[in-house]
Write a protein that binds this ligand. Structure first.
Ligand code: GDP
Length: 611
């Protein structure tokens, strides 16, 4: 390991001077540190063959407290290492095993314009699919072969002699999934809003996703053929999210369309081209192709097939390819009309066959000059993935924030707030906006009423955000999704506690303390009223274990109705100390009788925090 790291350092010139009696090594601005993201101080020290204490000491002089296991950003390192005559340069990744991290910079003169790649997002039933269909059908009008039967999950159309690529996976689930895997394929997001329905929860989610990914947005106000529709109301509603129409003095393009009657489609396409021109999407067709998998599956007849998007370079038939951990030689290439083609230029979606295995959506691919090296790279990557499986998932948690803060100049902290009612969400938002801790910037990337859902967790994962739940509880499946993805969920029912916790973590004062540990979840199936005992709930343990001594929380439709403890727990007629998942039980809640069928009881204990 150490040996490998030292390879990063080049000693340009070392001059030995023996002017005095004591031989002294003088180094003339000689060392170079090839910096890579997330390098710890120890790794930097190892690379330079010096003691980590030297770096830590210099950092302290700059007022930065850090230990050897922490990371330091590039700018800080530059300052510190300048003292030690070390020059910092960005690591140039040339290791083909990490081909998906290559930063390819083509010379300006080799770049040509490429088609913009578009994703359509928006609330369910607002017309995403109809819009994708309407746009797709425009190519029949253009007289192209193949009709509107579409072969793969992306298509291209031509407008004014220029192409536009559409990813045909409506909804933001695909977008988020890709993003959380580090893939960036969308150049522009079209957010569809039905004029008769206005901004709805998934509209807001789509906006959050596009903004978090820094993808420019065009708003398509759909269903303008309907008399009840009110495009101005949509403008008004969206202005609250910072999306202000051009005719209202903002810079967001709004297009009125009717996907059903195919009205306004031309204008929408022209707007896409206008925005694409401003953004200037370019690629170099004269290089070996790189790109991303949109979708992949096993075809019974021809084996693994993948729909890929060529993002740079030109992909040719019989090219040797590595996709994630898979490889092969491209046997067939089929375009979106189902037509066999021999080469695919930048921004073209194609379906390829000839792979040894089915890759994953979001995997990046690269063409290699020969099959042998492609195979060697893929096999080594398979081995490495297998070895690293446990450590790849990335999330953030509040405890680790402070240590990260110490080494970064300004840390952006993303938060997602979910609360039981609009009032509490607003109050929390305001209080959080007023938190000021030097060196930190709190960004609320989503705040809405409702319980914590899987989409919240996916957004948190993709944006490295912390989820704050106020008087709401995630159900077991959401909680385990969060655990799997190492997303930190903080649940509270008092505003100042949220603020206190955030402030403490930002100032590094979050102490080890008793935390609640959820042990199980129970669903209420039947209710019995007994005059002396009160309400007995015939229940089923759906997750984990319920203990007689459990503290409990009664949840109805995602909202916390009551918090307290059990007064009895029975299996059939006998008292039970605990009942496990998959078993029925009867229970009563201490001092609380308003239990209803379908209520959920969350059982927890207070335990010392284990990291
Ligand atoms: P998606 O869930 O966003 O993909 O929405 P769909 O494309 O499936 O459309 C939902 C419903 O709205 C369907 O019944 C469509 O026919 C209808 N619809 C879509 N666009 C329009 C439109 O421009 N005008 C009218 N009147 N109805 C539309």
């Amino acid at each position: 390991m150490k040996k490998e790291k030292r390879k990063n350092v080049k000693v340009k010139k070392v001059v030995e001077t023996r002017i005095s009696n004591t031989p002294k090594k003088v180094e003339l601005s000689e060392k170079i540190l090839y910096f890579k993201d997330n390098m710890t101080i120890q790794e930097v020290a190892d690379s330079l063959n010096i003691k980590s204490a030297e770096i830590i000491k210099s950092l302290m002089l700059l007022g930065v407290m850090a230990n050897q296991n922490q990371t330091v950003d590039r700018e800080t390192l530059e300052v510190v290492l300048a003292e030690l005559n070390v020059e910092v340069k960005d690591e140039v990744v040339t290791d083909f095993l990490r081909y998906d991290e290559f930063k390819i910079e083509d010379k300006e003169e080799n770049l040509v314009e490429r088609a913009p790649i578009i994703t359509i997002m928006g609330h369910v039933d607002h017309g995403k699919t109809t819009l994708l269909d309407a746009i797709r059908s425009s190519r029949v009008a253009a007289g192209e072969f193949g009709g509107i039967t579409q072969h793969i999950s992306a298509y291209q159309i031509e407008k004014n002699g220029k192409k536009i690529t559409f990813l045909d996976t409506p909804g933001h689930a695909a977008f988020t999934e890709m993003r959380s895997r580090g893939a960036r394929v969308t150049d522009i997001a079209i957010i569809v809003v039905a004029a008769d329905d206005g901004v709805m929860p998934q509209t807001r989610e789509a906006i959050d996703h596009a903004k978090a990914a820094k993808v420019p947005i065009i708003i398509a106000v759909n269903k303008i053929d309907k008399e009840v529709g009110n495009p101005d109301r949509v403008k008004q509603e969206l202005s609250e999210y910072g999306l202000i129409a051009e005719d209202w003095g903002g810079d967001t393009i709004f297009c009125n369309v009717s996907a059903l009657s195919k009205l306004g489609i031309d204008n929408l396409l022209e707007s896409i081209q206008l925005l694409a021109e401003i953004e200037g999407f370019k690629a170099n067709p004269n290089r070996l192709a790189i790109g991303t998998v949109i979708e992949a599956k096993l075809n019974e007849k021809i084996g693994p097939v993948a729909t890929v998007l060529v993002q740079n370079g030109t992909m040719k038939i019989r090219d040797s390819i590595v996709i994630g951990d898979t490889y092969g030689r491209i046997r067939t290439m089929v375009n979106d009309f189902g037509k066999k083609i021999n080469e695919a230029l930048p921004s073209t979606p194609v379906e390829i066959s000839g792979l040894n295995n089915v890759p994953k959506a979001g995997d990046k691919f690269m063409i290699f000059s020969d099959e042998k090296s492609a195979r060697a790279v893929a096999e080594q990557r398979t081995h490495d993935t297998w070895k690293n499986e446990k450590t790849i998932s990335k999330g953030v948690n509040l405890e680790d924030l402070f240590s990260e803060l110490e080494v970064e100049e300004t840390k952006d902290i993303n938060l997602i707030i979910k609360g039981d009612v609009q009032g509490s969400v607003e109050a929390l938002r305001n209080s959080i906006t007023n938190i000021f801790v030097e060196g930190t910037k709190l960004n609320i990337i989503r705040s809405s009423v409702g319980t914590i859902t899987e989409t919240d967790i996916m957004l948190a994962k993709a944006s490295q955000a912390i989820v704050i739940g106020f008087n709401v509880r995630p159900i077991a499946t959401v909680r385990s999704l969060a655990n799997e993805n190492k997303v930190d969920i903080r649940l509270h029912n008092i505003i100042y506690k949220v603020i206190e916790e955030l402030e403490q973590s930002l100032t590094g004062m979050l102490e080890a303390k008793l935390v609640e540990k959820i042990t199980g979840q129970v669903e209420i199936r039947e209710i019995f009223k007994a005059t002396k005992i009160g309400t007995i709930a015939g229940s089923f343990v759906t997750d984990g274990v319920v203990y007689k001594k459990s503290l409990i929380r009664l949840i109805r439709e995602g909202l916390v109705i009551y918090e307290g403890e059990l007064s009895s727990l029975k299996r059939f007629k006998d008292d039970a100390k605990e009942v496990k998942e998959g078993y029925e039980c009867g229970l009563t809640i201490d001092k609380f009788n308003d239990i209803k069928v379908n209520d959920i009881i969350e059982c927890y204990i207070m335990a010392e925090e284990t990291k």
